[in-house]
Design a protein around this ligand. Structure first.
Ligand SMILES: [Zn+2]
Ligand SMILES: [Zn+2]
Length: 360
């Protein structure tokens, strides 16, 4: 209840002797407000903490360790326990970070907070907030298909659902993971039969480990040093990853012939490609769904494999939430919110500073 309403109640009670209970019952007209949007980011009013803030704050609850969600300089961090060493590796070894397990709850200023699998990348979590019986779920980034390495997305019932919409257009419909992995595997076999080295690009946290898992047992796997750093942090949390070697610039190229190298898109350059003779380049990104993506013309193959939900996945997650209020962040916010409103939901687009990552 706003402060001024309280003052008005007292005034009417004194002046006109109107039942104070009746006046206070008017307060029910004000819906509980758990989340608000401040210049620093998504803010939990009663809990007094931010979720994935983009400016420095005292308390930051982090959905996952991607750079657009986990930024440096916060007083304290709270995240899933697999994300904690990733934050230390990416931000600073000195940060104050507390990690908790999925479904474990903590109380912050009377708000019950728990993390639940988002299926996006290892350590990614949806944030569930409960206050006076009202439940808000912030999805963070998520995907609804089980990728075989990340704990799968868990649908949660709530009053308010804050969903991402990176691929919130009906043109984005992913093939099942088994079909995509068959495409990647036959492309690699084709390269191997011609003695070519297969280079696959994937974001160093998330896509890279997913590709490693898909390619387990296919041949010797090399990963770029930035991926190896992430792998070490994950292995420190007890995550089992397939065996790999670290690709170093200037290494004996004969050794690489016919093998597989995974590198992040940021490490890809003409110079890199020149250094590996007989290279075949495969780009792994949801954006490959759009033909003629000019940035990737140098690629020999494109695989539309994404760690975000596609159109059907987003709609499914929204429906599962059963929420009376939907807020849309990331990417196609306006289009997706409009579609939801036209189809019986109460949705609004929210401006945030999350990127359409995927290394693009
Ligand atoms: Zn992400
Ligand atoms: Zn994101």
């Amino acid at each position: 209840m706003p402060y001024w309403h309280f003052i008005v109640c007292i005034y009417f009670y004194i002046q006109y002797n109107i039942s104070i209970q009746w006046l206070f019952s008017l307060a029910k007209l004000y819906p509980l407000k758990i989340l608000s949007f401040k210049k620093q980011g998504l803010y939990c009013e009663p809990g007094k903490f931010f979720i994935d803030p983009w400016q420095v704050t005292d308390k930051a609850v982090i959905t996952h360790a991607h750079a657009d969600h986990a930024r440096g300089g916060m007083g304290q961090y709270l995240c899933h326990n697999v994300s904690a060493p990733l934050l230390r590796a990416r931000l600073s070894a000195d940060i104050k970070v507390q990690g908790i397990h999925y479904n474990e709850s903590v109380s912050i200023n009377g708000v019950k907070l728990s993390f639940h699998p988002a299926g996006h990348i290892l350590g990614s979590a949806q944030v569930r907030l409960e206050y006076k019986g009202y439940v808000v779920v912030i999805s963070g980034d998520y995907k609804t298909e089980d990728d075989g390495i990340t704990p799968p997305f868990e649908p949660l019932k709530c009053n308010e659902f804050i969903t991402e919409s990176t691929f919130g257009l009906p043109i984005y419909r992913w093939k099942p993971q088994s079909a995509i992995s068959n495409e990647i595997l036959s492309w690699i076999q084709h390269n191997q039969s011609r003695g070519k080295t297969s280079v696959l690009t994937g974001y160093s946290l998330g896509k890279a480990q997913r590709l490693m898992k898909l390619l387990e047992g296919t041949g010797k796997l090399y990963v770029h040093s930035s991926i190896a750093r992430i792998n070490e942090a994950l292995q420190g949390s007890g995550i089992r990853l397939p065996g790999y070697s670290v690709y170093e610039h200037g290494m004996n190229t004969k050794e690489l012939s016919g093998q597989i190298i995974i590198i992040p898109p940021a490490a890809l350059s003409a110079e890199f490609i020149k250094k590996i003779p007989g290279v075949a380049l495969g780009v792994c990104s949801g954006w490959m769904q759009i033909r003629g993506n000019r940035r990737w013309q140098a690629a020999d193959a494109g695989f539309a494999i994404s760690d975000h939900a596609d159109w059907d996945g987003l709609l499914w997650a929204v429906k599962q939430s059963g929420a009376e209020k939907i807020m849309v962040t990331h990417g196609q916010t306006e289009v997706f919110a409009r579609y939801l409103n036209e189809n019986g939901y109460n949705a609004s687009a929210i401006k945030t500073r999350f990127d359409e990552e995927e290394g693009d």
